[in-house]
Design a protein around this ligand. Structure first.
Ligand code: SF4
Length: 259
């Protein structure tokens, strides 16, 4: 249902469908015309999917004694189920799939592991990275990372991406990707800003936050998106690296190079 339609627009149809045909047995016993009519009445588009779904339920009943097949190869035998869907179902429903490679996953692999933009290379890297027997949690994790942090414009720091400590893109500041051919509109890598903080502090004994901020970026505004909070988090990184020392708190914080 959600293949070409946004998830929140299919919730009602999904609920109604399960009320009417709660399991594969019930669906297989239904009249195909009723399933197609349901599809049309709920504006789900592409009626063939209703026919395929009904046929697939019939196959499960007839060829698998009503038990859903669990491997990608067996799932692919079902009507309307291609390799991607078979693997996704095997992976998420049965924890028995291979690594899923979609646009989000490619973007993450390309940036984090510097995998070249080549389908075979993505497949190989994804399979090697996935821990054996962990397809459900691995595929969920990497797809989620691509959806909430490693988006086209990445939110590495904002989303607290756990891979920042070794991500190739984060280190180099190059956030292009197969679906992001030019550098996204991004604040710039933290590495660049950390370097700037060290350079500026090298020219002064010590600086208060609001003196340091405008020297780091022109759009610094104490309470803005790139303000004290943002600057303090940069300073915390540098402090934990042993490069910078800060004193005071809130707006009174001052920073200096550790000598
Ligand atoms: S650190 Fe940034 S670029 Fe790297 S994987 Fe995380 S979100 Fe993506």
């Amino acid at each position: 249902m959600s293949q070409q339609t946004q998830l929140d627009r299919v919730v009602d149809a999904w609920t109604d469908f399960l009320e009417r045909w709660p399991d594969v047995h019930a669906l297989a016993a239904a009249d195909r015309g009723d399933v197609v009519a349901f599809w049309t009445n709920h504006s789900l588009g592409y009626n063939n999917r209703a026919k395929y779904l009904h046929e697939a339920a019939t196959q499960v009943e007839r060829d698998h004694d009503g038990e859903f097949p669990e491997s990608p190869a067996a799932l692919q035998e079902l009507m309307g189920v291609g390799p991607y869907t078979a693997n996704a179902v095997a992976s998420f429903a049965f924890n028995d799939g291979d690594a899923v490679v979609d646009t989000n996953v490619k973007r993450v692999l390309y940036r984090a592991f510097d995998v070249p933009d080549d389908d075979d290379a993505f497949e190989t890297a994804a399979s090697e990275l996935m821990p054996d027997g962990e397809s459900r949690v691995w595929n969920n994790a990497i797809m989620e990372l691509g959806g909430v942090a490693c988006e086209k414009t990445p939110k590495c720091d904002e989303a607290g991406c756990p891979w920042r400590t070794w991500c190739h893109a984060y280190e180099t500041g190059d956030f292009t990707a197969p679906d992001v051919p030019t550098q996204p509109d991004f604040e710039g890598s933290r590495r660049q800003f950390r370097g700037r903080v060290v350079n500026v502090l090298g020219e002064h004994d010590e600086l208060a936050l609001d003196e340091l901020g405008p020297r780091i970026r022109v759009d610094y505004a104490p309470d803005g998106e790139y303000g004290r909070e943002w600057l303090r988090s940069l300073l915390e990184d540098l402090e934990s690296d042993g490069l910078v020392a800060t004193t005071g708190s809130s707006g009174e914080t001052t920073a200096r190079l550790r000598r």
